[in-house]
Design a binder for this molecule. Structure first.
Ligand code: ZN
Ligand code: ZN
Length: 174
């Protein structure tokens, strides 16, 4: 966590984390993760609802949620098409053929509108899959803040080699 976040509470108590539990002003991490959580409620795939917010210097640059490409039919109980893939370590991952992941949709939104996301951070309601992490590395994301862990073992090596930081923002903070 960044140093300044520990001193952000309005009550003036040194080191007080502040936040919703205090009934006052939101800290930055809980602010952006709350936005990501709200955005996840637009997701359509029955496989899971994920939201993502790309941020630089405390400004939101782009957002995304998982779902079908624009104009194509949304997933529902009958047309969600799950496929399984096996990671080299033997763990099995399930994804939906119809769906673009939230992180990639946030990147696509930035690209569509010509917004640079180099050296930005991303808040995601779940840690990224290995496919999304590869793209996050290449668009220049520095830190990934996530709420719920998802198969982190699969991305550990890539994180170590790339230098991208993965930081959990827990429910207490968010
Ligand atoms: Zn689906
Ligand atoms: Zn993904």
């Amino acid at each position: 966590m960044h140093e300044e976040d520990n001193n952000s509470c309005c009550c003036g108590t040194p080191g007080h984390p502040g936040g919703a539990a205090h009934g006052q002003r939101l800290g930055w991490h809980e602010y952006f993760m709350s936005v990501a959580r709200l955005i996840s409620r637009r997701a359509t795939c029955t496989r899971g609802h994920i939201g993502a917010v790309i941020v630089r210097d405390h400004n939101i640059l782009s957002t995304g949620y998982n779902g079908a490409p624009s104009g194509l039919p949304h997933c529902n109980d009958t047309n969600c098409r799950i496929y399984r893939s096996t990671h080299p370590d033997g763990t099995v991952e399930e994804n939906c053929v119809n769906t673009i992941h939230a992180e990639i949709n946030a990147i696509a939104q930035a690209a569509k509108h010509g917004v640079s996301i180099k050296d930005a951070d991303i808040y995601i309601t779940a840690s990224p899959c290995i496919h999304c992490l590869k793209v996050l590395i290449n668009v220049g994301i520095k830190t990934i803040y996530y709420e719920k862990p998802y198969k982190i073992g699969n991305i550990a090596e890539l994180l170590r080699l790339s230098g991208v930081r993965l930081v959990q923002v827990t429910a207490e903070e968010a």
